[in-house]
Design a protein around this ligand. Structure first.
Ligand code: F6P
Length: 323
C-alpha cells in the first residue's frame, strides 16, 4: 500500500488530532504517503485532499477538535455521492482509507468498504455508543468536563441549598451521563435506557432533602423523552416542592471541545498506529477499538448501524450510592 487517506467524520471528539498524528507518522514510517481529507465525507465527495507530512501534524496532540475539519454529509449517504468519493480516491491513487469517527461514520466506512475500498475505522465519539470497543476516543475527556461542571454545581448548590438539573450530551446513549453522574455522586441519573420520571425525581429529591443533604444533583442525558424542559415544567406546575430550590444547566457542546485527557491521547495513539498496521498488513473492512485492555479489530459488518447497549448494573449502582 503506497498512498492512504485519513479523515475525521461526525461530531468532533477530543483526541481526534492525536489519532490523525499517529496515523500520519506511523504511515510515513512505513514508507506511505498520507493525504488528509478535509471536512470528513464531504471532502471525499468533493476531492478536497491535502498531503500530510510529519511536521503538518506537529503541535496538536494536546488540542481538541480536528484540524482536518468534520461534517455530517448527506451527499455521502446517497450512492451517487459515494461513487464520486470512489472516483476521487482513484484520481489520487489512494489505496487505503482511515476513518476516525463514531457510529454514523463507521456505517459510512462499511458502505465504502463494500464498494471495494480498503477502509479501516477508528472508534471516536464522545457518546461511547459504538460496538467493537469498550471505549471511544473523546469519551474520557467529555466525562471529565461534565464531571467538572457537576463538581462546580455541587459547590454552589451547597451554598444555596439548591438542587441542580444537569443535562449532558450523548445523543440516544446514556453512557456519558451515567459515568459523569456516578463519578459526581449524583442523587438521580436519568438516561434513555432507564428513564426516571419527573414525579420520581421529585420524590427522590424530597427524600434527599429530608435526609439532610445540602445540595442535590440530577443528571439527565439529552436523549431522555422526559427531558430537562419537561422536568422543569413539572416542577413549575407543582411548586409544593422538594425542599431544595431548583436550577437547570445544559452543558451541550462545551463537553466536546476540551483538550484531550491523557487517556484519550494514549487511546488515539494506539488506535491510530494499529489502523495503519492493519492496512499495511492487508487487513481492511475493520474497526480498530479497545476491548479488555487490548487493541482489537472487529469487522465493520458486525458493528455498522448498531449501537452498544449500556451496562444496566451501573444504573442500579448509581441508585444505591445516592443514599
Ligand atoms: O455524537 C456526538 C454528539 O455530540 C452527540 O452527543 C450530540 O447529540 C450530537 O453530537 C450533536 O450534534 P451536532 O454537533 O451536529 O449538533
Amino acid at each position: 500500500m503506497k498512498n492512504i487517506g485519513v479523515l475525521t467524520s461526525g461530531g468532533d471528539a477530543p483526541g481526534m488530532n492525536a489519532a490523525i498524528r499517529a496515523v500520519t507518522r506511523s504511515a510515513i514510517d512505513e514508507g506511505m504517503t498520507v493525504y488528509g481529507v478535509n471536512h470528513g465525507w464531504q471532502g471525499l465527495v468533493d476531492g478536497d485532499f491535502r498531503p500530510l507530512s510529519a511536521r503538518d501534524v506537529g503541535g496538536m496532540i494536546h488540542i481538541g477538535g480536528t484540524f482536518l475539519g468534520s461534517a455530517r454529509c448527506a451527499e455521502f449517504r446517497q450512492e451517487s455521492g459515494r461513487a464520486k468519493a470512489l472516483g476521487n480516491l482513484g484520481q489520487h491513487d489512494i489505496d487505503g482509507l482511515v476513518v476516525i469517527g463514531g457510529n454514523g461514520s463507521q456505517t459510512g466506512s462499511h458502505l465504502l468498504s463494500q464498494m471495494g475500498v480498503p477502509v479501516v475505522g477508528i472508534a471516536s465519539t464522545i457518546d461511547n455508543d459504538l460496538l467493537g470497543t469498550d471505549v471511544t476516543i473523546g469519551c474520557d475527556t467529555a466525562i471529565n468536563v461534565t464531571l467538572g461542571a457537576i463538581d462546580h454545581l455541587r459547590t454552589t448548590g451547597s451554598s444555596h441549598h439548591r438542587a441542580f438539573l444537569v443535562e449532558t450530551m450523548g445523543r440516544d446513549c446514556g453512557y456519558l451521563a451515567m459515568m459523569a453522574g456516578l463519578a459526581g455522586g449524583a442523587e438521580v441519573i436519568s438516561i434513555p435506557e432507564c428513564e426516571v420520571s419527573a414525579s420520581e425525581i421529585a420524590q427522590r429529591l424530597h427524600a434527599a432533602y429530608e435526609r439532610g443533604k445540602t445540595h442535590a444533583i440530577v443528571v439527565i442525558a439529552e436523549g431522555c423523552k422526559e427531558n430537562t424542559a419537561k422536568i422543569l415544567a413539572y416542577f413549575d406546575a407543582d411548586k409544593q416542592g422538594v425542599g431544595f430550590e431548583l436550577r437547570a444547566t445544559t452543558l451541550g457542546h462545551v463537553v466536546r471541545g476540551a483538550p484531550p485527557s491523557a487517556s484519550d491521547r494514549l487511546l488515539a495513539t494506539r488506535l491510530g498506529v494499529d489502523a495503519v498496521k492493519a492496512l499495511s498488513g492487508g487487513e481492511a473492512g475493520v474497526l480498530v477499538g479497545y476491548q479488555r485492555n487490548e487493541v482489537t479489530r472487529t469487522p465493520l459488518a458486525d458493528i455498522a448501524g448498531r449501537t452498544k447497549p449500556i451496562d444496566a448494573d451501573m444504573v442500579n449502582l448509581a441508585r444505591i450510592l445516592a443514599k
